[in-house]
Write a protein that binds this ligand. Structure first.
Ligand SMILES: [Zn+2]
Length: 344
C-alpha cells in the first residue's frame, strides 16, 4: 500500500510526505473526512512508509550527510514492506468497530493499552490506528489521553473519523488534525470501474450510498437491480391504477426477506431520484437525469402532468423518508403513498 494507491487527496499526501521527509512525524493524527474518502488506506500507506527500510535508510543517509535523495513513499519490496503487507508486524495494530457494535469496546482499548506497555521491536515504532474513533466512549477516550499526551518517541496513533466535531475536545487538542475532502464523482466511478454492472446501476448505487464502499455493497445485493425496475413499475401503475401498485409492492417485497427495513429505505430513495428525473425531463434538462435507460418513457410521462405535480411527488417521497423514523409500519406508508399519488 503506497500513497499512490490512494485515489485523490493530493493535499493530504503532500502533507504526510512532507512530515516523512522533514522527520516531523507527529505522535498522533486525526484523519477526518467522509466515509469512502480513503482515510484508512492513507493511514496504512503512511504506516508502511514509516516502517519501510528503504525510506529509513535514505533518511539516515541524509542525516549522515551522505549523498542521498529523501524518499517519501514505501518501496513495497523491502523486508519491512513485505512484512507489513502480510500483516506480519506485531507493532502495528488496527482497532475497528466490530460488526453489529455501535461503539469500540472498553476491552478493545484495554487490550491496546496493555500492548503499548511493551517496547516495540528494535528501531521500530508502535503504530496503532483507531477507526471510527468517534464511537469511543468518553471513558475510553479519556483513558487514551495519557498516550496521546505523553507519547514515547516510539509510539504513534492515527485516529479516523467522519467528522472531527464528534471527537472530545480533550482528544482533539492533542492530535494533529488532517482533513480529507469528499471524493469527487469521477474518482468514485473510477473506484467502481472493475465492477461488471451497467453504468446506470453504478451511478444509482453511488447516488444512494454517497461513497464507493457502500455503493459496492449495494451493487452486490441481489435485490438492488430488481428494485430499480420495481420503482419504475410502481410509478407506472400508480399513475394509472394505484391498486395494482399495491399488489405489486406486496408481491415483490415478500421475495427479499433479509434486511427488509433497509431495503424499503433504499426503495423510497430511488423513488425520490425517479421523481427528480421527471422534474429534469419536464424542465428540458434531461441530460441530468439518472435513469437514462428509461429516458423515452420519462420524457413522455413527464409531459402528461404539470411540473407542480412532480414536485409534490418528490416532496412526498422525501417526507415519507423523514417519517420513517417515527412510523414503524413502513410498508403501509409506501402503499398509501402510491394510492394517493394520483390525487397529488
Ligand atoms: Zn519498503
Amino acid at each position: 500500500m503506497s500513497f499512490a494507491d490512494v485515489p485523490g487527496q493530493e493535499q493530504v499526501k503532500r502533507f504526510l510526505r512532507g512530515n516523512l521527509r522533514n522527520r516531523s512525524v507527529s505522535h498522533a493524527y486525526l484523519f477526518s473526512g467522509p466515509r469512502g474518502s480513503g482515510k484508512l488506506a492513507m493511514a496504512r500507506a503512511f504506516a508502511q512508509a514509516i516502517y519501510c527500510d528503504t525510506v529509513r535508510d535514505a533518511l539516515e543517509a541524509l542525516d549522515a550527510q551522505e549523498a542521498s535523495k529523501p524518499i517519501d513513499e514505501a518501496c513495497g519490496t523491502c523486508i519491512s514492506c513485505r512484512r507489513f503487507l502480510h500483516h506480519n508486524i506485531i507493532d502495528y495494530k488496527e482497532i475497528t468497530l466490530l460488526k453489529d457494535k455501535k461503539s469500540i469496546s472498553v476491552e478493545q482499548i484495554r487490550e491496546l493499552q496493555e500492548e503499548l506497555k511493551f517496547r516495540p521491536e528494535e528501531r521500530r515504532k508502535k503504530i496503532y490506528i483507531i477507526d471510527d474513533a468517534h464511537t469511543l466512549s468518553m471513558s475510553s477516550a479519556n483513558s487514551m489521553l495519557k498516550y496521546l499526551e505523553e507519547p514515547g518517541a516510539d509510539q504513534m496513533a492515527i485516529l479516523l473519523t467522519p467528522n472531527e466535531r464528534s471527537i472530545p475536545a480533550t482528544v482533539l487538542s492533542r492530535v494533529q488534525l488532517v482533513k480529507f475532502v469528499p471524493p469527487n464523482p469521477h474518482q468514485l466511478m473510477a473506484q467502481l470501474a472493475e465492477q461488471p454492472h451497467e453504468e446506470e446501476l453504478k451511478i444509482l448505487a453511488l447516488q444512494l450510498a454517497g461513497n464507493a464502499d457502500d455503493a459496492l455493497e449495494l451493487l452486490a445485493k441481489e435485490w438492488f437491480a430488481e428494485y430499480r425496475a420495481l420503482v419504475i413499475e410502481l410509478v407506472k401503475h400508480a399513475l394509472q391504477q394505484p391498486a395494482a401498485a399495491v399488489v405489486l409492492l406486496q408481491q415483490r417485497l415478500g421475495k427479499w426477506k433479509a434486511d427488509w427495513k433497509k431495503q424499503l429505505d433504499w426503495l423510497a430513495q430511488m423513488l425520490e431520484l425517479l421523481f427528480r428525473d421527471m422534474i429534469y425531463h419536464a424542465c428540458q434538462q434531461s441530460h441530468k437525469a439518472l435513469f437514462s435507460a428509461q429516458s423515452e418513457w420519462l420524457q413522455t410521462v413527464s409531459m402528461t402532468r404539470e411540473l407542480s405535480f412532480w414536485l409534490r411527488c418528490a416532496e412526498g417521497a422525501l417526507e415519507m423518508r423523514r417519517k420513517r423514523i417515527v412510523n414503524t409500519n413502513w410498508q403501509m406508508m409506501l402503499e398509501q403513498f402510491f394510492i394517493l399519488m394520483k390525487a397529488r
